[in-house]
Design a protein around this ligand. Structure first.
Ligand code: C2E
Ligand code: MG
Ligand code: MG
Length: 618
């Protein structure tokens, strides 16, 4: 260890040695000028001994040189301490420096020895002075002592500078070396195409095997199946029990699957918890189904790691070769499409890809592209559907509903494009744009005589994921000068139940800022009442399906009656959406529902048409 440190710090050690020798030389001259000949000659002696020692020993025995340097300097400092000011002598500040170098370059033994020696020297000096056996002179503070202290400090300063510099250089070198090692490890992995964790071959090997299987495919009607296997909820294991345990879990699962398909296919790891399986010779989809079910079964069997009893399951997407494609990339993509369907169907599902699925995915992919373009080209429009007071029959506000007319694809409904905007992340930009248009429109109404109109804007749960969402809403209101109380945000029940930290934060902050939160499509989801009070919900919107059914179904009527009653008891407003007939409007009025919207009064209108309607009605 010691010789290693010296080797690593060799350059630095030479500098420190030179600095200490230079300081000694200055001290010799200094003392000589001061006529302290005795001290000057002692220092000169030390200078010569250490210098000679360095010349003779440095190349062959670096440790001995270090010991010589530190021991001689410790002795010198101790002698000076004893001869002059005792433990009040300024020379004492050399000790920490000596101990630091012993720690950096020498061994623990050397450091402990020096510490014990210094400690004893100080204690014994204190002892003899205390009991009067020996008396050190109390030195007057003068320019000479100040110069000595400064000289020692200068040596400490220069030595610390060199120490820090070489430690930093050393760390940079180590980081560099480490990166090189990692890089070569990655390159080796690439060459062998083997996953380091599970030992399974990787995607490149899967493609190679795929090509071989295609080439060898006979005309006997046999097929190849590509299975895309993804563990459900593996993230939970990683997040809750740590990556080490997660790694072990993956290794065990990989071994299990490999064992289950050993006779019929081969397995490859292509990502965190994603595996490809190639079934080499298949004659029917029933056979694929059976093998896939067997894989699901072995994955779901519980296992124990470090006393944790774990269980998981997997979703599987399948594409068939040559039925679906003969190209590896497409086979993988189609299996991935099927996997997505399997995941959507809930956990632990198997799904074989079909043409409809492929077309649907391709269409959705195209729509996502078009969404981006249309947002850029301003092809979206916000329409406004009036919300009425059932008693006065006056418009009290409106719901902003987004509209998209695509130049070639035609009218696309929000129920179709909103989920795609959510999937692609475009919902943030799109949602913000809707909010801005809505606030601007509301300001217009206020300026033209409808001062109490409230604008309701639908929000996607995804929009609540960004921690800065509330701030941007408040900034927008501030920019256009609309008070928080004129903005209603429509959210779904699911958001309230399954919220994450960012969503929770935004919901609370929005409510605290005085923005009205409305639960949309109430009754359709879990309808958990606890959060209504907890989150200071302003109103619930009774789902269209129940409202529509009121006229014909006693069940729906009972549900609507109950919802209105709950709202009344909780002191919040109820709004009925999707009112299409006078009959339903008067039923709602009888039940005590105060507000409603629906085609009975108006569809969602373009802003100019809505403004006209306002003029006529209010
Ligand atoms: P929603 O918020 O429940 O909006 C009400 C939907 O019911 C609207 O459909 C509206 O046109 C329709 N509607 C209103 N009155 C009647 C009626 O009397 N009868 C019938 N049959 N339908 C009626 P739309 O515009 O197609 O919107 C569907 C959903 O898309 C909305 O449901 C909302 O969840 C979502 N959406 C619309 N615009 C946006 C938006 O800007 N952002 C977000 N995140 N979602 C939006
Ligand atoms: Mg709504
Ligand atoms: Mg609704």
């Amino acid at each position: 260890m010691t010789s290693n440190s010296i080797k690593l710090f060799d350059h630095y050690f030479n500098k420190i040695f030179a600095v200490s020798q230079l300081a000694l030389l200055i001290a010799v001259i200094f003392e000589f000028i001061n006529s302290s000949y005795y001290l000057a000659s002692s220092l000169a002696g030390v200078f010569l001994v250490v210098g000679l020692g360095f010349l003779v020993l440095h190349n062959t025995r670096p440790i001995a040189t270090l010991i010589l340097l530190l021991v001689v300097h410790t002795c010198l400092a101790t002698i000076i301490m004893w001869l002059y000011g005792g433990i009040h002598d300024e020379i004492l500040i050399v000790y920490p420096l000596i101990l630091i170098f012993a720690a950096l370059l020498g061994s623990t033994k050397l450091m402990s020895f020096l510490f014990a020696f210094i400690s004893m020297a100080i204690l014994s000096n204190g002892f003899v002075n205390h009991y009067g056996f020996y008396q050190n002179s109390t030195q007057a503070i003068n320019l000479q002592s100040a110069a000595t202290v400064n000289l020692i400090l200068l040596v400490i300063f220069v030595c610390s500078y060199f120490s820090a510099k070489s430690i930093k250089e050393l760390i940079a070198k180590l980081i560099d070396e480490n990166e090189k090692i990692l890089q070569s490890k990655r390159e080796i992995q690439k060459i062998v195409h083997q996953d380091a964790l599970t030992g399974l071959p990787d995607r490149v090997k899967a493609e190679e095997k795929f090509m071989q299987l295609i080439a060898a495919q006979s005309s006997e009607n046999n097929k190849v199946a590509l299975l895309f296997v993804d563990l459900d909820d593996f993230k939970n294991i990683n997040d809750n029990l740590g990556h080490q345990l997660g790694d072990k879990f993956l290794q065990l699962i990989a071994t299990r699957i490999a064992g289950a398909i050993a006779d019929v296919g081969s397995i490859y790891r292509i990502g965190g918890d994603e595996f490809i399986i190639l079934l080499h010779c298949i004659y029917s989809t029933a056979e694929v189904q059976e093998i896939s079910e067997n894989i699901s079964k072995v994955v779901s069997q519980p296992l124990t790691i470090n006393d944790y009893h774990l269980s998981s399951c997997c979703s599987i997407g399948v594409s068939l070769i040559p039925d679906d494609t003969e190209d590896f990339e497409s086979a993988l993509k189609y299996a991935d499409i099927a996997l997505f369907q399997a995941k959507n169907a809930g956990r632990n599902h198997i799904c074989l890809v079909n043409q409809k699925m492929i077309e649907r995915t391709q269409y959705e992919f195209k729509l996502q592209e078009e969404l981006r373009k249309s947002l850029r080209d301003e092809l979206f429009k916000v329409h406004f559907q009036p919300k009425l007071d059932l008693v006065t029959n006056k418009i009290i506000g409106a719901e902003a509903l987004l509209r998209w007319w695509h130049p070639t694809l035609g009218k696309i409904t929000p129920t179709e494009f909103i989920p795609l905007a959510e999937k692609s992340g475009l919902i943030h930009e799109l949602g913000f744009w809707v909010l801005e248009q809505s606030i601007k429109e509301c300001i217009y109404w206020h300026k033209h005589g409808n001062k109490r109109l409230v604008i309701a804007v639908n929000l996607s749960p995804i929009q609540f994921n960004s921690p800065g969402f509330t701030k941007s809403v408040l900034q927008l209101l501030g920019r256009y000068g609309l008070s928080e109380s004129f903005l209603e945000l429509e959210i779904t029940e699911n958001l309230l139940i399954e919220q994450n930290e960012a969503q929770k934060y935004n919901i609370n902050m929005l409510a605290a800022a005085g923005i009205k939160l409305v639960i949309d499509d109430f009754g359709k989801g879990y309808s958990n009442l606890a959060y209504i009070k907890k989150l200071n919900i302003h109103a619930i919107k009774i789902d269209y399906e129940f409202v529509k059914g009121m006229a014909i179904s006693s069940d729906d009527r009972a549900i609507v009656t109950t919802i209105i009653d709950i709202a009344k008891r909780l002191g919040i407003e109820s709004v009925a959406e999707g009112v299409e007939t006078e009959e339903i409007a008067s039923l709602l009025k009888q039940l005590g529902c105060k507000y409603a919207q629906g085609f009975l009064w108006s569809h969602a209108l373009e802003s100019t048409a809505f403004r006209q309607l306002l003029k006529e009605k209010n």
